[in-house]
Design a protein around this ligand. Sequence first.
Ligand code: GDP
Length: 598
Amino acid sequence: MKNVRNISIIAHIDHGKTTLSDRILEITGAIEPRKMRAQYLDSMDIERERGITIKSHPLRVFYKSKKDGQIYEINIVDTPGHVDFTYEVDRSLAAVEGAILLVDATQGVQAQTVANTYKAVEHNLEIIPVINKIDLPNANITETELEIEDLIGIPGDEIYKISAKEGTGVEELLEAIIEKIPAPSGKDEDKLKALIFDAKYDKYRGVIVYVRIFDGSVKSGDKIMTFSNKQTYEVVEVGAFTPEMKKVDSLNAGDIGYIIAGMKEVSMAKIGDTITSAKDPTKEPLPGYKEVKPMVYAGMYPGIPEYYEELRKALEKLKLNDSALVFNPDHSPALGFGFRCGFLGLLHMDVVKERLEREFEMAVILTAPNVEYKVVLKNGEELLINDPAKFPSESEIQEVYEPYVKLSIITPPEYLGKLMNLVQNEKRGTMISTENAGFERVVLNFEVPLAEIIFDFFDRMKALSRGYASMDYELIGYRKSDLVKVTILVNKEPVEALSMIAHKDKAYTMARKLVDKLAELIPQHQFEIPIQAKAGGRIIARSTVKALRKDVLAKCYGGDVTRKMKLLEKQKEGKKKLREIGRVSIPQEAFLALLKVG
Ligand code: GDP
């Protein structure tokens, strides 16, 4: 048996994952805590601010057991904490044999932790429950014990109690990891099978592939192959995370580490794919590989039209490090040249937008996101449409299909009624089954159109369940649906960037809300501006922006010249933020108004 243990820490944000990792590094003498912090915590600011960790480095430490005096290698893999990244969580958990379920004694079990714990159970991981922050005066250990017991059925006296901050109980936890988590079972002599569970792009070294070796071994100079597309590469370096990347001679069965093999962008190292030997490949890849596809699409335009080229360069750079981002050149009469982009979900879209702002100083205009529809034309042609502007006219269409997902919601039973009402009555969902999960939790399974859950669904679910429900979804395919395109006309001119695809039953209400919202957002002009929504050749809703009566300059009586100048300058600046459509200026936020009416 190997002296290796591979684990993941499942924790809600702020429950102490980082502090515990720090303490483990300190106890095992991997690195001084101060130096380490800067290193280990190099994850993106955006993640910290939003209370999510998308990805951070794995860790490898060596620990000498007090019980048997032997030295053990312990690898700790991180799991992202947001529903957009469920597949990455799944693959990180597939890379380990055990998980620490870390719960803050002052907060108790949080919804986000529950979904990941169930995933860990699905993967047959050995779970070690841990209550953290027992040093705090308001620690509520007994209640937290009960919650953990409900969740995974482990009795209170078998739950570890620690203070990650003060170090209390952390050595006992390390001993428990060695004792309870099974050692990896692969063999060095077998054909190479390594699971890609993450990948990062480095400016100088190219793509760094994070792997778990299940069978076989790999060293520099080896020829490897990615199983999904049979591409081959020569290994330049293999190493471990200490937490800095440290070169090692070889990675063997059971190890977690990195491979550098001349890959140019992260999309070459697909998460979930199997790396094997190019000369002596395995016949069977590791189970669970899935091609990650964008779920939602939106138009992205440079805030200043001349910056198109710069935006393209910025997106290309982001793409090196973000294989889930997809973009293609696009043109909109209202917004000029830009891109049609594909994202994993709304959070992913926000992260991309913010990274463009922070890392590239690019302010962008995004249009409301939508899903990808399948349209069968009367002439038999089949089209995939991810831009409402390109939706064929009603007379050409035979049938329309939209993507459906299987949606699972985990909730305490008291919110069940409200959540069922939300999904079934407002979001066109159908209930498939319910299961009891633990003492105080129910799993609700639905089939729902993807389009219904990309807008405000997550927030609504959280609000209705006081933060307790959590969700997970996976694509199950396309279903025929009664969909129409709603075109928005501003001052009688169609503005395609504002159009949307809606279900017939909801088109009227959504159009009504959208025109009202737009009327609020579009500033008054010297003339009256009608805002209309058109579907199936008819106007189905209308709102008006009243004409502005007073001339701004009239207030100045022509007297104070400097004041007049300032006012003009201000107007100019304000205009920059508006888009001229015909004679009407439309503010940027109007293009996202649709998000508020879903
Ligand atoms: P993460 O978001 O799960 O990585 O959480 P952190 O490790 O960043 O911890 C969040 C906050 O809780 C920080 O202010 C830590 O100092 C604090 N913290 C973590 N563990 C303990 C503990 O055992 N006791 C106390 N009192 N505070 C802790």
